[in-house]
Design a protein around this ligand. Structure first.
Ligand code: ADP
Ligand code: MG
Length: 388
């Protein structure tokens, strides 16, 4: 397969390596990828990429349907400008090499592309052939952005001038903007943390050129909402829930950043969603009625597959990211994390938790915040979202 040979042999630098995924960056000029290559491959391309991000994942037994859904979500979000431009994505059972490949770019031959383009026409995400069974490796080749917002936050913190850089970039408006644009397109990305938001600046000395986009479209957490359910009210509920989860994550794990961005983010959110934010809009009931601890689905108001799916992802991610799960395992380590208190809807509890800068979780120990990374998510969504 041509793209497999491309991602194994092109000159690249590994920038991140997790248990199952590695991300490397290709400088197209250094790797001798010519402009004509992009123009032949994508005839309508207006400006070829300068850098590529290659994400290689390897884990035996990946569900092929999940993998195909993730590719589909990547394509859809790239098309809408919600995610980085995507140039190739595939799966294979033949292991994909992960190396830096210094100076190996010249080994690639660029003459088989037309054959690959023909093969591409056969693909359809609902074709059983592409969904049944398991696979071992997945690869995507997208446009490289500057980095994740986690990195941006660190850069801003290091300058000791977080607040003014954040204001100059209009970060809060752009954050709420990209999340709401996703909601309008039917994307409920339940996993928006600083690590899953990418940023770039066209002028590094001027943060007003900041742009944000989403990454990591794991279908276990990232849902495509049926077009019948994409009413403005539901879109606003999804935006509110997603922004609240993002703020909840920060309040739990990075209170410094949380204190800086909380007020402007809420102001922008209020402007975009108005009454929904107060948790009083009845259309948010599908979230507001989520109650009880993890993995319970007993609420009688959960009446459709849509409600169940969104509510389930919402509940899972609140407990994982705003602190419930991690705190249960490490009591006292993250004293500012969200704590579930019974008899009130999770949606409203999360909103008041995020809004209130002063208060921490109901059972706060008052110990100082430790800035460790949160426990990683389980890699198999089906295993995590299962209800008892
Ligand atoms: N297109 C990209 N441009 C720049 N960096 C990227 C890009 N895609 C991923 N990354 C980096 O790799 C990290 C992991 O990517 P992600 O898509 O979240 O995969 P996963 O978390 O499943 O490993 C991101 O936090 C970001 O730092
Ligand atoms: Mg990620």
């Amino acid at each position: 397969m041509w793209w497999k040979s491309f991602v194994e042999n092109i000159e690249q630098t590994i920038v991140g390596k997790g248990t199952y995924n590695s991300v490397s960056v290709v400088d197209c000029q250094k790797a001798l990828i010519k402009r004509e290559f992009w123009e032949d491959l994508f005839p309508n391309i207006s400006h070829p990429p300068e850098k590529l991000a290659i994400r290689k994942g390897h884990k035996p037994g990946l569900d092929k349907g999940d993998v195909v859904d993730e590719i589909f979500l990547q394509c859809y979000c790239a098309f809408l400008g919600l995610g980085p431009r995507l140039f190739a994505a595939f799966y294979t059972d033949v292991p994909v090499a992960i190396t830096n490949n210094d100076n190996r770019g010249q080994q690639i031959t660029f003459d088989r592309i037309s054959t690959w383009c023909e093969e591409r026409k056969e693909f359809h995400p609902n074709n059983k052939l592409y969904r049944e069974g398991t696979v071992e490796s997945t690869v995507s080749v997208s446009e490289a952005w500057t980095g994740s917002v986690a990195v941006l936050f660190k850069v801003w913190k290091d300058t000791q001038d977080f607040k003014s850089l954040c204001a100059q970039s209009n970060f809060s408006d752009k954050l709420v903007g990209i999340i709401h644009k996703a909601s309008e397109a039917g994307i409920f990305h339940g996993d928006i943390t600083p690590g899953n938001l990418l940023y770039r600046v066209s002028d590094p000395s001027d943060y007003s050129t900041l742009e944000l986009c989403l990454t990591d479209f794991d279908p276990g957490y990232c849902l495509l909402i049926d077009s019948r359910n994409r009413t403005p009210e539901i879109q606003k509920c999804m935006t509110t829930a997603t922004v609240a989860m993002f703020l909840g994550f920060l309040k739990c794990y990075d209170s410094v950043v949380y204190k800086h961005i909380n007020t402007p983010v809420f102001q922008e959110l209020e402007r975009v969603v108005s009454t929904t934010l107060l948790g009083t809009d009845p259309t948010c009931d599908f979230l507001a009625s989520v109650s009880g601890g993890r993995f319970t689905t007993s609420s009688s108001r959960l009446h459709s597959v849509f409600d169940r799916d969104v509510a389930q992802v919402f509940r899972t991610m609140v407990f994982h990211y705003a602190g419930g799960d991690n705190n249960q395992h490490n009591p006292g380590v993250y004293p500012n994390c969200f704590k579930w208190t019974s008899n009130e809807s999770l949606f409203r509890q999360l909103l008041s938790y995020c809004r209130n800068v002063g208060s921490s979780g109901a059972h706060s120990s008052g110990r100082p915040v430790v800035h460790d990374s949160p426990t990683p998510l389980p890699t198999s969504p089906s295993q995590f979202l299962k209800t008892p």
